[in-house]
Design a protein around this ligand. Sequence first.
Ligand SMILES: Cc1cc2nc3c(=O)[nH]c(=O)nc-3n(C[C@H](O)[C@H](O)[C@H](O)COP(=O)(O)OP(=O)(O)OC[C@H]3O[C@@H](n4cnc5c(N)ncnc54)[C@H](O)[C@@H]3O)c2cc1C
Length: 449
Amino acid sequence: MAAWRLRRAGTALAASSALAAAAAAASAWSSASASDSTPVALGAARQRVTQPGAAAPPRAAQLAALAGSTAAEPLDVLVVGGGATGCGVALDAATRGLRVGLVEREDFSSGTSSRSTKLIHGGVRYLEKAVFNLDYGQLKLVFHALKERKQVIENAPHLCHALPCMTPCFNWFEVVYYWFGLKFYDIVAGRRLLHLSRYYSVEESVELFPTLARNDGDRSLRGTVVYYDGQMNDSRLNVGLACTSAVVGAAILNYAEVISLIKDESGERIIGAHIRDALSGKEFDTFAKVVVNASGAFCDNVRKMANSDVVPMICPSSGVHIVLPDYYSPEGMGLIVPKTKDGRVVFMLPWLGRTIAGTTDSSTAITMLPEPHEDEIQFILDAICDYLNVQVRRSDVLSAWSGIRPLAMDPSAKNTESISRDHVVFEDYPGLITITGGKWTTYRRISSE
Ligand SMILES: Cc1cc2nc3c(=O)[nH]c(=O)nc-3n(C[C@H](O)[C@H](O)[C@H](O)COP(=O)(O)OP(=O)(O)OC[C@H]3O[C@@H](n4cnc5c(N)ncnc54)[C@H](O)[C@@H]3O)c2cc1C
């Protein structure tokens, strides 16, 4: 049913713009290959972006474009939310030649999109699940994410790069297990491989990662397997997407909140949104043929604006990261423990001259500013101290943050870790399409869908 409605929404979009005919167009202007580009719209977008001195129009112009839409002359798409998903949707739609608006109630990337682990990854863990559960869906997810990993790094090389990640092995079974697993990860990446994974002896490993412990309790290190994923500056990438969308022609406004949705006279279809400009306090209406709800963990709030009886679909899970001094990890090498004592994954990654460590995965309430709890910070410290030869102290924690994963609820799932990280796109009210879940890594794919 949802798929049928979505196709119908696609038809509405196509009808609204001749340029949308090339529906299989590129997901982002900079990544399109010759065969998947929308010749006119994408060409024009490229020209605008590469023009010397290209800059996003001032805020007043963006506001005027949004407020200037009418029921008779609506925008093609109005996006709610300026995170990775929302800005990705705006850029994708604008490069197809559609008239696009986007509103973000805070600043761009102020939600989950700036609180991630900052990895552009296929998901080694999901690959493991795919193999052991014989889950083709998870395998496809990893395959697509690996494809996107390469593309995102190529699109924004000033903000993204390949990062070697070391997996410590404390018995020979682990060496064989991780070696084969990560070789399989390389194989699934295929042509999009960043670098081949390989085994390093204990001596080589401690040379590469001097703070790595040679013993974990009564177990001795047997070596490490190093594989590659990508690392990104998530918030800057997000702001880059917002600015690029604006340069290409979308009306993009931050500090503007959707406070209600506008329905047509019969009440059967969403035709726009009532918006409050947080800077001036003024309210205005924006009309659009389709409203895309990309408000992340808050997507149920927006859905309820259309239908107060809607069943919530977000199962929020909080992920905490902490920032530690630079000496915890060498520059240019991450450490990944796929299974801590309680079976969770822990990362230590070099980040802007410091080390970030994380993450947790626990149920949480949905709030604007989720706070990292002391027990979560302590959990990360306890988890990493087993693998390091330096004293891990609470006083070393320079800062901490928490982000909410907008996981889409699967009623049969027992805990948030077992919920698929795949995204969901559906229209549960005519004219309102909700996009949630997924990963930063796959924002282009999610947006183009
Ligand atoms: C701890 C953690 C680690 C992660 N690590 C990774 C990783 O390493 N790699 C990876 O690929 N993915 C990772 N992810 C997943 C990734 O960060 C998210 O999937 C992605 O950022 C979601 O983006 P979004 O745009 O859907 O949501 P958000 O970034 O939350 O954006 C939604 C926006 O909507 C706005 N909004 C809400 N309501 C309204 C309204 N009424 N009007 C206007 N605006 C509104 C909010 O202010 C918010 O800015 C991680 C997630 C978490 C939580």
